[in-house]
Design a protein around this ligand. Structure first.
Ligand code: UDP
Length: 324
């Protein structure tokens, strides 16, 4: 049985990937500080080691002792807006602490490394959909920190023989039956809209209606976390290192997401137009042909309503998110 070390397995995407690995016959150890993750988001079948990637000695010890086949790295700070206010947090967490995990891979002779990268590494793209080889010019410290770590992994690959996959997610969304999105405070579009639908929040603030898009609101490519999980598993066994964009290839505006959520929930979503959020590009849409062609990735969720419906179901069954 292949044993995977999942750093950040108590977070939104890490929890769904842990569940997916366990369902597919892998053994999993979750390493998580629980600073933003939740104890209840860790699949009970996984072994859990509480710890922070800032604790270099600890993560190196864990990596040396686990006989791991691979590492999945989800343990990072991931908010564009916050990164524009506190860049230091992003460079420390996502680069300095990431290096501790990469060094742990070297120390533990773990050769397969799957890294959560992001569409934010592309900045304001020159064209959409975005392919892997398009220019990467981040416009916020979050994207810069992730791009920097992609480059670090490339050097570790050349020097230490670690095979890595940088998976550039576009907008992760949706839920599995057991695991969903619950940040505190919540900043992401779909969970905020669903809070409004559930009567937990008065309204959504739409950050800008004067973007260069058909309806003026930002356009994003929303991808289901189960499809991300499948991509992670395939990337573990990829024959060589690579970068892959992960999205559905379809862009939806904030207003289109509001409409889809109204249809799914049957509730009216109140909103108000607010100023733009610093660091947001107009449009981000992925071209994911490479991972389909090279690794046989077959996404299951192609439309926003199905994605939002899975998140809505999870929300109805988990009234307080993960709060005990
Ligand atoms: N957004 C919004 N209101 C909110 C949260 C997000 O209008 O309360 C917009 C945001 O400007 C972006 C899109 O929704 O264009 C997706 O934002 P989110 O924070 O969910 O993900 P990101 O694109 O930052 O990864």
């Amino acid at each position: 049985m292949k044993h995977i070390l999942v750093a950040g397995g108590a977070g939104y995407i890490g929890s769904a990937c842990t569940e997916y690995l366990l369902n597919n016959g892998y053994a999993v150890t979750v390493y998580d500080s629980l600073v933003t993750g939740h104890l209840d988001a860790i699949d009970p079948r996984a072994k859990f080691i509480p710890g922070d990637l800032a604790d270099r000695e600890k993560i190196i010890k864990v990596a040396k002792e686990g006989n791991f086949y691979g590492i999945m790295h989800f343990a990072a700070a991931s908010l564009v807006g916050e990164s524009m206010v506190d860049p230091s947090k992003y460079f420390r967490n996502n680069i300095a602490n990431g290096i501790n995990l990469a060094d742990a891979a070297v120390a533990g002779n773990i050769k397969n490394f799957v890294f959560s990268s992001t569409a934010a590494t592309f900045g304001q793209p020159e064209k959409c959909p975005i392919s892997e080889n398009d220019p990467q010019k981040p416009i916020n410290p979050y994207g810069e920190s992730k791009l920097c770590f992609e480059k670090i992994l490339n050097w570790y690959s050349q020097i230490h023989g670690i095979k890595y996959a940088a998976l550039r997610y576009f907008n992760a969304a949706g839920a599995t039956e057991n695991f969903g999105e619950a940040h505190n405070p919540e900043t992401h579009l779909i969970p905020i809209i669903l809070q409004v639908a559930a009567g937990e929040r008065e309204k959504l603030m739409v950050y800008g209606n004067d973007y260069n898009t058909p309806d003026g609101s930002c356009v994003r490519d929303y991808i289901h976390i189960l499809d991300l999980a499948q991509a992670h598993m395939l990337a573990l066994d990829a024959p060589e290192s690579g970068h892959y964009n992960l999205g559905t290839g379809k862009g939806l505006s904030v207003f289109e997401i509001i409409k889809a959520a109204e249809k799914v929930s049957g509730k009216k979503i109140n909103f108000e137009i607010a100023p733009r959020r610093p660091g947001d590009p107009d449009t981000l849409i992925a071209c994911s042909d490479r991972i389909k062609k090279l690794l046989g990735w077959k996404p299951q969720f192609e439309n926003a309503e199905a994605i939002i419906e899975s998140a809505w179901k999870w929300k109805l069954n988990h009234k307080n998110g993960y709060l005990r």
